[in-house]
Ligand binder design. Structure first.
Ligand code: ZN
Ligand code: ZN
Length: 577
């Protein structure tokens, strides 16, 4: 079962069915929305550069700081104030210093911080050390200066001054130093390399945001100023400044643009524990072999060069991919129009003829055949749909109108034409068979002249009958007349005789289906009866999906049964599920 369903699926393709609305308004609305959407897509592609392939920048940075200054009776050149950093893409410029010269390994009083201050030896503990202390305590309390006594320590003596750094900063004039930043970048995807230094460049230039935005030489004071800081303040305790180089490159030849944009920002927090410092020492050997050192605690600004950016280049595949992904949003346009249509449908104008027709075309109702019956009255133009179960006779059951059934009565014209042709055939084209056909006609005449069954057997028709020819029955679904209001029975009409009862019509139809059918077969009456029922349904209802659910009125059914009776008279009737 499953396999056959699967195979059936492989041999079919289901294409969606659309309802076309012939309307200038809706057509223009559609065109407008699609056009707007297409323009938006183009704008989005251009603004977000969706037609270009992207690549992240790879970079290397080299820096060289230049400048000399004289302070504290000393010349400070590049080798003194720039100390190589371990971090990549960083350089450090010293701005302030605390120097402790001639330190030797011996015992001396500790620097007077809170935990080191003592009044007697009892306050000090031999062998102990605090994380802030400069050495290991000996257990003695000694005089530091006129004010304080502190615990004695084994350390590099004299111990370093641990107070605030000097203000103003020792090397505050370093704001006039300059740094040349050489930044090579590469976009590996596009095999493109470029340096931040222009090919024609004035070596004496200094970076200025407005005048020389591409000059790679920066004055340190300007950098700090661009980062909205004061150099003289920052020089005291130091700090960290980021030099950001942003490469946003359009590598398409027709819109080529690839130059760095510099930005500056302070990275350490100005308010909470600002500054940047570290210690280092220079060691000497005294003539007698003792080791001596000079300890430096240096404050300064660390400059971190941060390079980032994106290279973009036109790529047809990228463009197709992005447009493709955006085209899926075109579905939204259709949905939007559907929403508008729904609003129109449910709003006041939903009762307009347009909306009615639209609804009928748009929605096909699928009914459960077990729960419906169709009836047609000769004095009403429409077919009526009645839902089961019935609580009264079918004749009086409330139903809904199946509006202008698509096929009902529409073949009337063609039917008449064929009938007239038939006459022509009988009279002119087939003179050889005229005798036989006359005989048939005679037979039919004879049949038609037969008195109707109920006329003979039961003159009183049931209450629900309006034509006077129906037979009483207990079954609700068989209590159906050919009319809604009192009047002539359909069975007395010429077309009922011609289309439904006429043995000639039925035989022709049977032969049409099976040209070699044996009309003398004993079973032929049953076939003709069934065909007559079908003929009636096609005539009064047209052909439709649920034609098995069309109910034939009692008068018609019995007229057909009487004309083509079943042996034993055990009729099945209309099947109720
Ligand atoms: Zn009736
Ligand atoms: Zn009737």
């Amino acid at each position: 079962m499953g396999v056959s369903v699967c195979l059936e699926g492989l041999t079919q393709y289901n294409s969606p069915k659309y309802v076309r609305i012939q309307s200038v308004t809706w057509g223009c609305l559609k065109a407008f929305v699609y056009l707007t959407f297409a323009v938006s897509v183009c704008c989005i592609v251009m603004i977000f550069r969706l037609h270009q392939e992207e690549d992240e920048v790879d970079s290397s940075v080299r820096t060289s700081v230049k400048g000399v200054t004289f302070t504290n009776n000393r010349i400070w050149d590049t080798a003194e104030y720039t100390i190589p950093m371990q971090a990549t893409n960083s350089f450090f410029v010293m701005t302030n210093i605390i120097k402790t010269e001639n330190q030797l390994k011996q015992s001396c009083p500790e620097y007077p911080f809170a935990k080191a201050i003592c009044s007697s030896d009892n306050d000090c503990k031999n062998g102990s050390a605090d994380i802030h202390s400069n050495g290991i305590q000996t257990g003695r309390c000694v005089v530091y200066n006129a004010t304080f006594k502190t615990c004695e320590v084994n350390a590099w003596c004299p111990v370093q001054y641990m107070g605030e750094p000097p203000e103003p900063a020792v090397l505050r004039s370093s704001e006039d130093f300059t740094v040349l930043i050489k930044n090579n970048i590469q976009f590996p995807k596009f095999n493109y390399t470029i340096l931040n230094i222009p090919t024609i460049f004035n070596t004496s230039c200094t970076y200025n945001k407005t005048i020389f935005p591409l000059c790679p030489i920066f004055r340190l004071g300007d950098i700090v100023q661009e980062a909205k800081q004061k150099f003289s303040e920052m020089a005291v305790k130091g700090g960290i400044i980021a030099i950001k180089i942003n490469w946003d490159c359009n590598l398409d030849s027709w819109f080529y643009d690839c130059s760095p944009k510099y930005g500056f920002q302070r990275l350490d927090d100005k308010k909470i524990m600002p500054g940047f410092h570290f210690r280092y020492a220079k060691y000497y050997k005294l003539p007698e072999g003792k080791e001596q050192r000079t300890l430096y605690k240096v404050y300064g600004i660390r400059f971190d060069v941060i390079v980032f950016g994106t290279g973009r280049k036109f790529n047809i595949i990228e463009l197709m991919r992005n447009i493709g992904s955006m085209i899926s949003y075109f579905g939204l346009v259709a949905s939007a129009i559907e929403v508008v249509l729904s609003i129109v449908r449910y709003s006041s104008c939903g009762k307009s003829a347009f909306c009615k027709i639209y609804n009928r075309k748009k929605y096909e109702t699928v009914l459960n055949p077990r729960q419906v019956m169709y009836v047609s009255y000769v004095d009403e133009p429409h077919v009526t749909l009645i839902k089961e179960p019935l609580k009264t006779s079918l004749q009086h059951a409330q139903g809904s109108i199946v509006e202008s059934h698509p096929v009902k009565f529409c073949d009337a014209g063609s039917c008449c034409t064929s009938e007239s042709n038939e006459h022509c055939d009988n009279e002119e084209s087939e003179p050889m068979r005229s005798t036989e056909s006359n005989k048939n006609d005679d037979n039919e005449e004879h049949e038609l002249r037969q008195p109707l069954r109920q006329d003979a057997s039961s003159p009183g028709s049931p209450k629900w009958c309006c034509c006077g020819k129906c037979l009483p029955t207990q079954k609700y679904h068989e209590q159906l007349c050919c009319r809604r209001k009192k009047g002539q029975c359909i069975t007395t009409s010429h077309w009922f005789q011609q289309l439904v009862l006429s043995s000639r019509t039925l035989k022709k139809a049977l032969l049409y289906k099976d040209p070699f059918l044996d009309l003398t077969d004993g079973n032929i009456k049953n076939q003709m009866r069934r065909l007559a029922f079908r003929q009636y349904i096609h005539w009064r209802f047209g052909s439709f999906d649920l034609e098995d659910r069309a109910v034939i009125p009692s008068c018609c059914r019995w007229q057909i049964r009487d004309t083509y009776p079943k042996a034993g008279n055990n009729y099945t009737g209309f099947k109720v599920e």
